[in-house]
Every structure is written in structure tokens, then in C-alpha cells.
Design a binder for this molecule. Sequence first.
Ligand SMILES: [Ca+2]
Length: 342
Amino acid sequence: MNQVIYWPLMERTVKPILNRYLAGATTLILSVVFVSHAFANADGFSAWIKAFEKRAANQGISQSTLHSAMRSAEFLPRVIELDRKQPEHTRTFNEYKRDVVSQVRIDEGRRLYRHYYSTLKEIESQYGVPAPVIVALWGIETNYGKNTGGFSVVDSLATLAYEGRRHEFFERELIAALKIIQAGHISVVNMRGSWAGAMGQNQFMPTSFMKFAVDGNGDNRKDIWGTKRDVFASTANYLKTVGWTPNERWGRAVRLPSGFDTTKIGLHHKKSINAWAMQGVTLPSGDPLPTSVLQASIVRPQDSGRDAYLAYHNYKSIMHWNKSTYFATSVGLLSDAIAAGI
Ligand SMILES: [Ca+2]
């Protein structure tokens, strides 16, 4: 759903190539190579579109959809640039958390929770997903709909499908995007998203949209760009579909005892909360954990120290959305902070 997913791939593929170039060539030669490569890409793009249209037609995309979506499709060099960009440095969990779960974001989440209270509560009871979790995902994905990405999804996905590095993945997403347009959920022009094709206020990739988006307000359109009720219901439906258990928390902050066996950390090690308590795990205050037979794992996004988290079953549903412990823990913490203020 966000850029975090693509970085590890880049570490494996782009870096060795760069290192090889840098070993034998000057920076000048390197930039000439990249500039000419970019021109070659733009040249081949329209030929690629023609071939793609045949494949799309075979998958049920109509000529009129292809005409409106693909005839004006543009190759976006900026998307390639962003796809190849190396992260400046790896942020620690505490740095990430400071940005993502800031006091400003908590306050805004509480305000919006109150503003959309009746809608959120109806969706909570329909799907069994707590309203603060729905609001937290909205806040972290797009700062509550304020930062949804200004790229044309069709142009971005066509550029990435053509460019080749992960062309099968992005072509699949492009076909799904065309199916969404064909079904009338959104126009080509209004289908905006991130450079990598994550769309609307909850940043669904097109294939996720096909699986999880729902029409919350009953107008026959699944509008995750402009209709709040559709955004909230689609988020809740995603979590419910991947196994969210109603009336259970995501997890909680804990403190590990000194000398804790760190091989026990990780989502694949599960024990009851009572069993973790027996091993000396406490609340951050040092108070005992609540008595419970609920199964939980220990996660420690920051790699060292005694601050950690107990991750319950629902933590995995958030990880399904974005496979990052930074992300999942922050969604949980933001939802708790929003809930604590209302
Ligand atoms: Ca709708």
C-alpha cells in the first residue's frame, strides 16, 4: 500500500547495478546512460500501449474503456525516478512513530471521529471493526484524506508496467484499474493516487479495491476518493475479510524483563498472555498484565531495549494491509490514542 513495500526490492536490484557503474565510470557517463535510457522508454511507450490494449481486450476491457483511458495515457519519467529512489536512511521506529503518530494527528483524529461519529458507529457495528481503527488507518495512509497522491493511476501503472522491472505486477494492477473505470466507480481523470498506483483516501491498490472496496452509501459506486462512507466501509470490509476479530484489541505496549530471551520475539512465537506474564513481561508501568488466555506474540519494532508490544490476532489483519511492524504498531497506537480522547 505504500512505498515501504518497494524499497527492499530496490536494495536488491538497483544497488548492485549502480555499484558496478560507479566502479568503472564517471558520474557524467552514468547520467548520459540514464538520460538516453529515459528517451528510449518514452519512444517505446506508444508501441507498448498498442500491444497492451490487445491483452486488455482479451481480459474483458471494452474498446470504449480502452479508448478513453489509454489513448491519452502518458509515460511519466517522474514515476520511474521515484521507483528507483533509494531511501536516504532507514528510520528508527521511534523516528517513524514521532511522524506518523504525532500529537497533531491524534488531535485531528479525535476531531474527525466526533465529526463522523454516527457514520463510523454504524460501520463499526456492521463490520465488527472499531471506529478508532478505521480512523487511524485513514490518518496514517493519507493524513485523513488530505494527501492522497496527485498522480493519474492509469499513467503511473502504465509507466511501471511498461518499464519492466515488475511489469507483470503492474500490468495486473492496470487491468484491475481499467475494470474499475469500466464499472463506473470513478472516471479516468478522477482516478488519482500515489506514484505506485495506491488509490484514494485509504490507498487501495486496484486489485485490493476489486477484493475489498464496498459501496457504503448505496449509490452503486464504490467511491474511495470522495465518499467518506465508502472509504470507511471499504477499510472496515478489508479488515473483516482478512480476519479481524470483533471485541479484541490489536495488542498493547509492554515491558520485557531484563535478560529476556530475545529468540522468543517475533510473530511466529505465540503464547497466552498469562504465559508471557509468567516469563516476566509486564505493562510499561511495571504493573502486571491482565489475566487472559488470549494468544499473543511479542514484537519489538526498534530492535533493542525493553520496550516492546504484545501483538494479538488482530495485529495480523493490520499486517495484511501493510507488511510492516512499524506500520501495524503505529496504527494500533494511533487508534488507542484517538479512542482515549473521546
Ligand atoms: Ca457509494
